[in-house]
Ligand binder design. Structure first.
Ligand code: ZN
Length: 159
């Protein structure tokens, strides 16, 4: 069975039991989550989210960068979220390489790209929270809180 067969089969089952076709666009619980794309993290499960509850913005590392701020500005100003939860995690792949490593592996075409690796998850989460708090297009009332998810226990720890 190919990946496409697997996911379309799973979706057939999901759609068969689907009863949430009338949810409004704005997230009902009025918050956004920023977290890593790591396959071991399932924010809906570990945060108790249902469809329609929250925006979940994911990228390699769960970084708050210009692209994340773009999403959060839309999330707040157009869709009513009032706070963001930034979640890094233990054993993150972004700890395992440097820009020089990846530039060496991928060659000259990659050298203009900052892949934004980091050596310390707690510090990077704190930096991301500070980036949200100082973003000129998000109001002072827009809260940001940081956590590190432990992939060995499933537990969130505040940073
Ligand atoms: Zn990660």
């Amino acid at each position: 069975m190919s990946v496409i067969d697997e996911v379309t089969s799973a979706n057939d089952q999901y759609a068969d039991g689907f009863t949430k076709g009338d949810l409004p666009m704005p997230p009902g619980r009025r918050f956004a989550v920023v977290t890593c794309m790591d396959a071991r993290l399932d924010p809906a499960k570990f945060l108790g989210l249902e469809e329609g509850d929250a925006h979940v913005i994911r990228n390699a590392g769960g970084l708050v960068n210009d692209e994340t701020i773009r999403s959060l500005v839309i999330s707040h100003h157009l869709l009513g979220t009032q706070e963001a939860i930034v979640i890094g995690h233990t054993d993150c792949g972004m700890l395992t390489f440097t820009n020089d490593d990846l530039h060496g592996k991928l060659g000259p075409e990659s050298e203009s790209i900052d892949f934004q690796p980091f050596p310390d998850v707690d510090a990077r989460v704190r930096q991301s929270v500070a980036t949200i708090q100082s973003a000129p297009l998000l109001p002072d009332s827009y809260a940001a809180t940081g956590f590190v998810y432990d992939v060995t226990t499933g537990k969130l720890n505040a940073v």
